[in-house]
Structure formats: C-alpha cells, structure tokens
Design a protein around this ligand. Structure first.
Ligand code: ZN
Length: 103
C-alpha cells in the first residue's frame, strides 16, 4: 500500500502502521496490562508500546488510505475499539494491579 509507505517515510518510521496495529490489538485484549499506565512504561516503543500513540498512528493511516484500503483498516480498528470499550473499566483501575477497588 503506497499511501502507507509514504506516510511511514514522511511522518513515521518503517513498519510503524503494522507495529501500531499489532500493539493496539494486543493492548485492547489485555486491559489489565501495565502498559496502560504511562508511569509503568520505559519509553521504548518496541518494549513498552504507548496505547495512545498506537491508536493515533492507526487513525492517521486510515485518513491517508484510499477508500478500499481505508475501509478494511477502519473495520479492523473499529472492531478493536469495540473490544477496548467493552473491557475498559473505571479509569483509576487501569494499571492498578493491587486488586484494590478505586477510591
Ligand atoms: Zn519497556
């Protein structure tokens, strides 16, 4: 997909979109992951992916794709967003691995 290659070359990095899709997909299926808490991440994207960044890159990719390809990617992202909405709990519980109820 040329539009993606161009986006990665000009604004992101090589494989940024497929990395973001992989990371976002993993993250939404692991709502208990410490990665949702910025304080728990080391700052290295390959090691501790930033959920906001991954989702932002996917939005960007959908916006630059031509209609057919955009529709396919948008469907994937929409499905993952639904998982995210279903699994997200009270915001204070995110990254809270103590099992303690939020105050
Ligand atoms: Zn890390």
């Amino acid at each position: 997909m040329r539009a993606i290659e161009q986006l990665e070359r000009s604004r992101l990095w090589d494989q940024a979109v497929s990395d973001a899709l992989r990371d976002w997909s993993w993250l939404v299926h692991h709502p208990e992951s410490a990665m949702w808490d910025p304080a728990e991440r080391c700052g290295v994207q390959e090691c501790c992916p930033d959920p906001d960044e991954a989702r932002f890159i996917l939005g960007l990719a959908v916006s630059v794709l031509l209609t057919g390809d955009a529709r396919i990617l948008r469907m994937q992202v929409t499905a993952l967003d639904k998982v995210r909405r279903r699994t997200v709990r009270h915001p204070f519980e995110i990254g809270n691995r103590t099992g303690r109820a939020p105050a």
